[in-house]
Design a protein around this ligand. Structure first.
Ligand code: FAD
Length: 444
């Protein structure tokens, strides 16, 4: 195991591509096998521009391979949430302190930067190579090319970064004492589009993540560098208001006009987008162990989470950094590194899975609630007065990579108990400025 030289990564998505850079920098020979074609040569998702929120944990992992500045230059800062109510009123809620923001970034643009950098570092990419089978005792893969040919290859180490429906994890599932769970939400999502203005500018506030919270469902929109916004509608698959009940042109138009009036007027391609773009499902995937002999799963393959904290990719990038850190501490002794990695990460990825699940309710329902906004204002005031003692949960998760997800989760639970009591005080909306902040902080 000390002589590990040849490493196979399955999946050239965001995590597989970043990990290949980390490992090639350490001198390993890395081959990446991707079932799809080379995204640098194919049209981006049939013309759809999909974006993601990149935050501190992801940026730190990119910084360690020298890519943070390049990526930040093409990202759009989002300083807070812009809430749109049904009467077209807007409310802005900052994500953190002045100067703290998350970043809207193109998924394919980021992936391409990572693949290019990996190739510079002599990583070999094999596109149209689907992982068909894995043999954990021999550390070998059977790969299938598009013409159906099967190729067998042996490695010193195999890493499955092949996403939520991982072939490597599927093979682990039929090994002994492997724990696995998948939980689907009753909501699905569909991507829609708000184009740039005729002059090429942003029709909505550029530096915000827009939310149309509607209690049991919601729509969000993130800005793109070309002035457009990518919208995502999260709606139940079935029920009174659901994807199932939106079929005819009239039903779709009536629903958007009534529910998202200020977005609807800026969506000239709504009917086309709604009919052409798929409805995708949302799933939380947990499994353990992540290691079988000399094979490991990482990123969504090990921990698929729902997207409501904007952390799936950030958590996967943090996986890469932590694995690299363990290689620094333990040397290239993978028999120690792999178990240490799963022990270090499992509790943290379970914590972010739960936080992401809980945040759906906050985003679709609470952000429109005056009591929730007051709670956020009070917490921001406490944080300003005691910046090291009371860090709001969102900030711990999003802006503070020295606090692990599991520590943030536990601290968030404690803060919630204290804040629930504060919020019970009579006529708080009038008197919140007079709260004894020290007394609140001392309870933590
Ligand atoms: P993937 O990106 O899924 O990549 C896996 C790769 O493996 C793919 O290229 C796939 O083709 C390939 N592959 C699969 N099977 C095989 C096989 N058998 N053989 C060979 N190759 C294979 N995260 C954030 O941090 N911020 C956000 O704002 C955010 N928003 C999101 C919004 C939505 C709607 C969704 C669904 C997710 C969002 N995420 C977000 C999560 C993020 O997309 C994932 O966490 C991230 O893509 C995981 O990267 P990955 O490389 O592990 O998996």
């Amino acid at each position: 195991m000390n002589k590990t030289k040849n490493i196979a990564i399955v999946g050239a998505g965001l995590v597989g591509s970043l990990l290949s850079i980390y490992l090639s920098k350490r001198g390993f020979q890395v081959s990446v096998f991707e079932r799809r074609g080379d995204m640098r040569k194919t049209a981006e998702d049939a013309g759809r521009s999909i974006n993601l929120a990149l935050s501190t944990r992801g940026i730190r992992a990119l910084a360690e391979v020298g890519l943070a500045e390049e990526i930040k230059n093409v990202a759009i800062p989002m300083h807070g949430r812009m809430m749109h109510d049904q009467k077209e009123n807007l409310t802005f809620l900052a994500y953190g302190k002045e100067g703290q923001f998350i970043n809207s970034i193109s998924r394919s643009g980021l992936n391409i930067v990572l693949i290019n950098k990996a190739e510079e570092k002599k990583v070999d990419f094999f596109f149209h190579h689907k992982c068909h089978q894995v043999n954990f005792s021999e550390t070998s893969l059977i790969l299938q090319t598009d013409d159906g040919a099967l190729i067998q290859r042996k490695f010193d180490l195999i890493i499955g970064a092949d996403g939520a429906f991982s072939a490597i994890r599927s093979a682990m599932q039929i090994t002994d004492r492997f724990h696995y769970s998948q939980q689907y939400l009753e909501h699905g999502y569909k991507e829609l589009h708000i184009p740039a203005s005729h002059a090429g500018g942003f029709i909505l506030e550029k530096n915000a993540l827009h939310i149309w919270p509607r209690e049991s469902f919601m729509m969000i929109a993130l800005p793109n560098p070309d002035g457009s916004f990518t919208c995502t509608l999260f709606l139940p698959f079935e029920g009174e208001v659901s994807f199932k009940t939106l079929n005819t042109d009239e039903e779709i138009i009536f629903f958007f006009q009534k529910t998202f009036p200020d977005a609807f007027i800026h969506m000239p391609t709504l009917l086309h987008d709604f009919k052409v773009n798929p409805v995708s499902s949302l799933v939380t995937i947990k499994c353990f162990p992540w290691v079988r002999n000399k094979s490991l799963v990482i990123g969504d393959a090990a921990h698929g989470i729902v997207p409501f904290y904007g952390q799936g990719m950030n958590a996967g990038f943090e996986d890469c950094r932590i694995l690299d850190q363990l290689l620094n501490q333990l040397g290239d002794n993978w028999l120690e590194v792999l178990p240490a990695f799963q022990m270090a990460r499992k509790k943290d990825t379970d914590a972010i899975a739960q936080l992401a699940f809980d945040n759906f309710i906050e985003m679709r329902d609470l952000v429109a609630d005056p009591e929730f906004l007051l709670r956020k204002k009070i917490e921001a005031k406490i944080h300003a007065a005691y910046p090291d003692k009371w860090i709001p949960l969102y900030s711990m998760v999003t802006f503070n990579d020295s606090i692990s997800y599991s520590e943030a989760y536990i601290m968030g639970q404690k803060q919630k108990i204290i804040m629930d009591k504060v919020m019970e005080r009579p006529r708080l909306a009038e008197h919140w400025q007079e709260l004894n902040l020290k007394q609140i902080v001392d309870q933590l």
